[in-house]
Design a protein. Structure first.
Length: 293
């Protein structure tokens, strides 16, 4: 079961399996494997529930997010988009027990064609996504979100497997652009003025890729003058996930958004597939075969 948010803002309990995208099934293939770790999409509602439990551990128990009363009671991070997204998992097969006990990391993926049929993208609650998508009618977008890994597994190989899964998924479904919210800890943008200033002055999405935070939520990123000599220091203060996106060639939307519920300051990452550097495509394989089983 999961909780969907109705138009009146109330949460309603629904059966996850009844809303899974048609291509999600019990025979989802393994997308990558390194040692005892493997990555693939969730195959059923039980695995999605376990991924939601991992998200709760990271977002609530570690990062102090505040969710709906039912989510807090059930110790699961759930929302209305879970029922229409695909859930990428990293599993540690060396852990004894059921598959649900082996999930150590997860990403949530939403394809544009599914989002347009079911109420839009999650990020559109913070950023002006519709205008960006409308500007590119010939491209297919996929939204990445709810990225989290249990503390003991925050290693290079876990991150590589998550990206292996994202890359394989993008190729399989003919995606052109990845995007999604990425977060700084805490709700004070001034605490991240140096990093936000670097993002604004160095990798701001412009022209056809320009996208802004919603006006009523907009927090300026250029909070103080940025000196290029401070680039290394700015990068050192940046969350690893955001640095990882930048290494791939990502841009960042204009303006940050404070998410009080998740206790974060969010920026929008925009990553056209065509912008991913050749060395990373070579690393993961042009056919996503680098770590494939």
């Amino acid at each position: 079961m999961t909780m969907e948010q109705a138009p009146n803002g109330q949460f309603e309990e629904v059966e996850v399996s009844a809303h899974l995208p048609a291509f999600q099934a019990d025979d989802q293939p393994v997308l990558g494997r390194i040692g005892s770790l493997e990555t693939r999409l969730a195959r059923n509602g039980f695995e999605i529930d376990a991924a939601q439990r991992v998200r709760y551990q990271v977002f609530v128990e570690e990062m102090k997010a505040t969710l709906s009363p039912d989510s807090m009671r059930r110790k699961r991070d759930t929302d209305a988009w879970d029922a229409i997204c695909d859930h990428l998992l990293v599993l540690d097969r060396s852990i004894e027990g059921d598959t649900e006990d082996q999930i150590v990391g997860t990403y949530r993926i939403l394809r544009q064609d599914v989002a347009m049929k079911r109420g839009g993208f999650y990020s559109a609650s913070e950023f002006e996504i519709d205008a960006l998508v409308a500007r590119h009618p010939d491209k297919r977008f996929m939204e990445l979100g709810r990225s989290c890994v249990l503390p003991a597994y925050r290693t290079k190989r876990t991150v590589e497997l998550l990206w292996q899964g994202n890359w394989a998924y993008a190729l399989r479904h003919g995606m052109h652009t990845m995007f999604g919210c990425a977060s700084f800890p805490g709700t004070s943008p001034d605490d991240h003025a140096l990093a936000l200033g670097f993002l604004h002055h160095s990798v701001l999405a412009r022209d056809e890729w320009a996208v802004s935070a919603r006006p009523e939520l907009f927090q300026p990123m250029d909070r103080k003058p940025f000196d290029p000599a401070d680039t290394r220091k700015a990068l050192a203060t940046m969350p690893p996930l955001i640095k990882g996106y930048l290494r791939l060639g990502a841009m960042v939307g204009n303006g940050a958004v404070v998410d009080q519920a998740f206790n974060t300051t969010d920026v929008l990452i925009v990553l056209p597939i065509s912008s991913i550097s050749d060395r990373y495509i070579s690393h993961y394989g042009a056919d996503a075969g680098r770590f494939s089983a």
